[in-house]
Design a protein around this ligand. Structure first.
Ligand code: SAH
Length: 346
């Protein structure tokens, strides 16, 4: 019989497992704590009885991802991690330091199926979704490595988190658990390209997390090209789902808008965007595009970025330009993983 991986189970799931072994439920909480302290060897769980340790060894194991390579930015404290999964896939995560704490950008899938025109993660398509344990491990292993508490998590790495919904929710539950990482939901951001039914489903969970929506265009024609999932869920449907999210959670939504030279950075685009978002409890995050080798898009000129921002502000939209971190280590979505995979292939 295949052994059960305990990494990535919620406390409740672990409890069911432990009870099925004929053990008292409170043992699950002890084991859960050990797992998210980073222990993978049942022998090191010193408060468990011998008989239980033997049972656990026979029936289960605790998976852990390993650091494959690490890239430290010379410009700031940003570190990019490449992790090796048990099936030899590689994923990436980014650690950033801010005045308010340490954040980690987590991947939710190996590759991505969404096909956004400017993104590196999607070039080779989707390999598979990550399980909740592999998502938690990105936090766990980085925290062990830096010996500092991670205070903020953004699910903005490779993949579309809302297309890996169940594992995402388990992951959020575990990192929020006081028995594990105790990261407040308010310090967690989930970024989506706009999977409308799943945005509504997430709203119904009632978790006070921040939803970040990758908009990138103020009208359907253009968004169809940049973010192809728009053909399935056009902008007005997307904004309806966003309104629902705001009503249900009372949380401000962030709209991501990567500024691409001569594509979506005109004054007209800014005005259209402002009209579209008027009255919505939201914030716009302008991202200077990270040019990807395989794509021929260019970053907007600084003066155009400034103008775009001024127009939004003029219309009363809350807006900031994302501060760049780790640009020298290809910290943008999927870029580093791709160059490493090419290196490995060579
Ligand atoms: N699939 C999710 C989360 C991963 S992408 C989503 O689409 O939101 C995280 C963010 O990085 C998205 O806003 C995405 O559009 C943006 N992004 C991807 N490639 C980029 C690039 N080359 N330059 C700037 N932003 C990029």
């Amino acid at each position: 019989m295949a052994k059960t991986n305990l990494k990535g189970m919620t406390v409740e799931e672990l409890q069911d497992f432990i009870v099925s072994l004929g053990e008292p439920p409170y043992r699950a909480r002890q084991i859960f704590r050990w797992i998210y302290k980073g222990v993978t060897d049942f022998e090191k769980m010193t408060d468990l009885p011998r008989t239980l340790v033997e049972k656990l060894k026979e029936l289960s194991y605790i998976d852990k991802i390993g650091i494959y390579k690490k890239f430290q930015s010379r410009k700031d404290a940003t570190v990019k991690y490449l992790f090796l999964l048990s099936d030899n896939n590689i994923i990436e995560s980014v650690k950033m330091e801010h005045s308010y704490g340490v954040s980690v950008c987590v991947s939710s899938q190996v590759g991505c199926a969404m096909g956004c025109a400017f993104c590196a993660s999607t070039i080779d398509g989707l390999k598979r979704s990550l399980n909740s344990g592999e998502m938690v491990d990105q936090i766990l292993v980085i925290q062990e490595d830096i010996k500092k508490r991670i205070s903020h998590v953004v699910i903005m790495g490779s993949g579309e988190p809302l297309l890996n919904y169940d594992e995402l929710i388990k992951f959020l539950n575990i990192i929020n658990s006081p028995l594990a990482f105790n990261i407040s939901y308010r310090r967690i951001t989930v970024s989506t390209c706009g999977i409308v039914p799943e945005i509504r489903r997430l709203a119904d969970e009632g978790l006070p997390i921040t939803l970040s929506v990758s908009l990138h265009a103020p009208e359907d024609d253009l968004r169809d090209k940049l973010v192809p999932v728009n053909r399935r869920y056009p902008i007005l449907e997307l904004l309806d789902a966003c309104k629902y999210y705001i009503i249900k959670t009372n949380r401000r939504i962030t709209f991501e808008y990567a500024l691409i030279s001569d594509v979506n950075d005109s004054k007209e685009c800014a005005v259209k965007l402002a009209r579209l978002l008027k009255g919505l409890l939201c914030h716009v995050n302008l991202i200077p595009l990270n040019p990807v080798r395989e794509r021929d898009f260019m970053r907007s000129k600084p003066e155009n970025i400034r103008l775009f921002q001024e127009i939004l502000r003029h219309y009363g939209i809350s807006v900031t330009v994302r501060q760049e971190m780790g640009a020298d280590i290809e910290a943008a979505c999927g870029q580093l993983r791709r160059s490493i995979m090419n290196e490995v292939k060579r």
